[in-house]
Design a protein. Structure first.
Ligand code: NAD
Ligand code: 89V
Length: 349
């Protein structure tokens, strides 16, 4: 008998990874799934042998019988579904982007706080094996105190074939992909105080921006550049690798293509490969992301057991989401935006 039972809402493109991750965990069973699209409900229900299937989240919650809910729908439904979970006092995981706007995100955190449920944003990029390796080098102190950093994701991958909705929104790369890079920047370099951003749309077939360059001032004085592009045609396509550069007081770190990590410090230079594991159900080049799904899910269950707040809790994610809002504001106005103006009182900075 599984120790934790879960329900999943949204049986689309990415949810299949989440279902695989849950199936791999001995102490978890997904006992109910929900999708308003009957075809997706059947495909995922049959693939993972889930008997309880719902077209309506309201009906699924009314029937109950699960310890947590995993919300894997697209952003437009996140607030209503998190608030529904809160009303039913069911701990919830919500996919990124957390919400359409920062004020929606704040309301979702408030709803969770009011009813005392745990709320985690499925912000999985910081759980990627190469990013965890970078963090562990920083924490070891080998290269000293970082004063400059870069988190870079430049690709020409056709992301629209799997996720066609990404071509339709007036916001694209910062909201969808930059949000991961910004969260990695917070994870590695700490919270930011100011944002300066520039955006471009190169692909004429989409509505939103597909190139963004962001300059962040972090608490403590570190400066970082976060650059993301889906318009970059390289000789070898790097999707979905995030590259990292760090200059610090005693050395440097470079996470380069093919998961090569080079650390240079007073003791010399060391290079190793920090490639993600290829899980049995995973497929290249997605395996890096797929492994991080399994790792964040394990973290969620560990937090349910211990009662600890997840690393990417709703509250924590407000600060990543504020960077997204700040980037759009900065690019629109051509000005630097102070994060304190967006986060306001009540969010610890
Ligand atoms: P998708 O459109 O393929 O799937 C979403 C599914 O949710 C659809 O089947 C749709 O019918 C269903 N749905 C929507 N609203 C619903 C509602 N109110 N009730 C029941 N079902 C509903 O989308 P996707 O590509 O799987 O993306 C889903 C989410 O995952 C997005 O927020 C996306 O940004 C995120 N995502 C995250 C990662 C990651 O690495 N963390 C990767 C890809 C996608
Ligand atoms: O995170 C996402 O939603 C995806 C991908 C990893 C491809 O960027 O769009």
């Amino acid at each position: 008998m599984a120790r934790f039972t879960g329900a999943l809402i949204g049986c689309g493109f990415f949810a299949v990874n989440q279902m695989h991750g849950w199936r791999d965990m001995d102490d978890v069973e997904i006992v109910a799934i929900c999708d308003r699209d009957p075809q997706r409900l059947q495909i995922v229900g049959d693939q993972f042998g889930v008997v309880r299937r719902y077209a309506s989240a309201d009906e699924m919650f009314a029937a109950g019988g699960f310890d947590f809910v995993d919300i894997a729908t697209t952003v437009g439904s996140h607030r209503a579904l998190v608030e529904l979970a809160a009303r039913h006092r069911v701990p919830a995981i919500c996919q990124k982007p957390f919400a359409p706007t920062l004020s929606d995100a704040k309301a979702m955190v408030a709803a969770a706080d009011d009813t005392g449920i745990s709320l985690m944003v499925h912000e999985n990029f910081r759980w990627q094996t190469p990013i965890l390796a970078v963090k562990s080098v920083l924490d070891s102190g080998t290269i000293g105190d970082p004063f400059w950093g870069r988190v870079s994701f430049r690709s020409g991958f056709d992301v629209f074939s799997g996720q066609p909705y990404l071509a339709e929104g007036t916001r694209f790369i910062i909201e969808d992909l930059g949000i991961h890079a910004l969260d990695i920047a917070r994870f590695l370099f700490g919270d930011a105080t100011r944002m300066t951003a520039r955006t471009r749309r190169i692909n004429p077939a989409i509505k939103g921006e597909d190139v963004a360059t962001m300059l962040l001032d972090h608490i403590g004085g570190l400066t970082s550049i976060i650059d993301v592009s889906y318009a970059t045609k390289l000789p070898v396509e790097p999707f979905p690798e995030t590259l990292v550069e760090i200059d610090a007081t005693r050395g440097t770190l470079r996470l380069s293509k093919d998961y090569r990590l080079t650390v240079h410090g007073p003791g010399g230079t060391a290079e190793r490969v920090v490639a993600p594991n290829l899980l049995p159900w995973a497929s290249r080049p997605w395996h890096n992301i797929q492994e991080s799904v399994a790792l964040i899910q394990k973290h969620w269950i560990a937090c349910l057991v211990s009662g600890q707040e997840p690393a990417t809790s709703g509250r924590d994610n407000l600060k990543t989401f504020a960077l997204v809002e700040a980037a759009y504001l900065s690019a629109e106005r051509g000005e630097t935006v102070a994060l304190a103006d967006l986060l306001g009182a009540g969010v610890e900075r």
